[in-house]
Design a binder for this molecule. Structure first.
Ligand code: 8YV
Length: 324
């Protein structure tokens, strides 16, 4: 009998077909209160679990006695309790690298969109305001030759640095758990302490994974350190930011603007006060969401889950001290 893989979010036909060459599959488009019971029933004899975003912790694992592998279709794995998985000898995998360039493209787009006020000015034209009022109302901020500060210089951070250096002649500062010599050599990135990076940067880009250490990394004090003319771009996880502190910093113009792809609560509540600010650009967590990259992520995650259930070492195993 083939081992069973439980698919808990949409991974596409190609990735599903790949898994089906080796395994039985049961698929759920998403798991919520309406189908949680049915999902838990299927989990009982599943050897592999694949999808994006499900909280996998001790409580869930108690219902998964046969589980050998949890394959995340994402690079971030803050949804997984790695200690709990490790204790049970269950492998966890993610999808690093294949999304770096795509996420960097979007983050740079967000940076340009805030600095040059692209969505706001698009609205201006469409509302028929062009030709009325003073042209200086449209003025925005330069990007080229400015200083970008990247917090979290992993694969995505490095891809952002490449764009900043070669596309926009920017000065690059970074803050990371460990030094990134590659980025220092190739893109002339300079290491800074977090406070120094915040003080010196015109654009602060947050790309760090969510861990206990990075939870609410950006709070009242941190936003105060930023220049009044600076922009904040978040492509990591919403919980790395104290959202009420960000709201205050934007409202009181301690910083000039922000572009956010991630939020404390997703989907964001439409009453969230951040949505009322004109100097905020919001996106629905789409950093990696292109046809090409989501396919590459799904295929990599499918290979990982198949390797895991067949007892081979998957390509992207996560260990407790994996560098992210
Ligand atoms: C999506 C991401 O969250 O890879 C990550 O960590 O944030 C994104 O790619 C993920 O793929 C869920 O759809």
């Amino acid at each position: 009998m083939k081992p069973k893989v439980l698919i808990y979010s949409k991974i596409g036909r190609k990735a599903t077909a790949y898994i089906q060459q080796y395994c039985e599959t049961v698929s759920f488009d998403k798991v919520d209160n309406s189908n949680r019971q049915a999902f838990m029933k299927e989990l009982k004899d599943a050897a592999g679990l694949i999808g994006a975003g499900l909280r996998v912790d001790e409580e869930l694992l108690q219902h998964a006695p046969e589980l050998k592998i949890v394959s995340n279709v994402s690079v971030g794995y803050d949804n997984l309790d790695i200690q709990a998985l490790g204790k049970r000898g269950i492998t966890a995998t993610n999808t690093p690298d294949v999304l770096n360039e795509t996420v960097a493209d979007l983050l740079f787009g967000m940076l340009l969109a805030s600095a040059r006020r692209i969505p706001e000015l698009d609205g201006y034209v469409k509302e028929g305001k062009w030709g009325h009022g003073d042209e200086s109302e449209w003025f925005s901020s330069d990007v080229h030759h400015k200083t970008i500060g990247i917090i979290g210089m992993g694969g995505i951070g490095t891809a952002i640095a490449k764009r900043a250096r070669f596309g926009f002649d920017m000065e690059i500062l970074y803050h990371n758990r460990t030094r990134n010599e590659d980025a220092e050599l190739k893109y002339e990135a300079m290491y800074r302490s977090l406070p120094d990076l915040l003080k010196e940067s015109d654009f602060v880009v947050l790309m760090t994974p969510l861990t206990k250490e990075t939870e609410k990394l950006m709070g009242v004090e941190e936003f105060k350190l930023m220049k009044n003319s600076a922009f904040f771009i978040n492509g990591s996880r919403g919980k790395t930011v104290d959202e009420s502190a960000l709201f205050k910093a934007l409202q009181e113009q301690e910083i000039k603007g922000a572009a956010l792809d991630v939020f404390e609560e997703e989907p964001i509540d439409k009453k969230n006060p951040l949505l009322r600010l004109p100097n905020v650009i919001t996106l629905p967590h789409v950093g990696s969401a292109t046809y090409e990259t989501r396919l590459a992520m799904a295929m990599l995650a499918a290979e990982n889950v198949v390797d895991g259930v067949l007892g081979k070492e998957p390509k992207n195993s996560i260990t407790v001290d994996s560098k992210r």
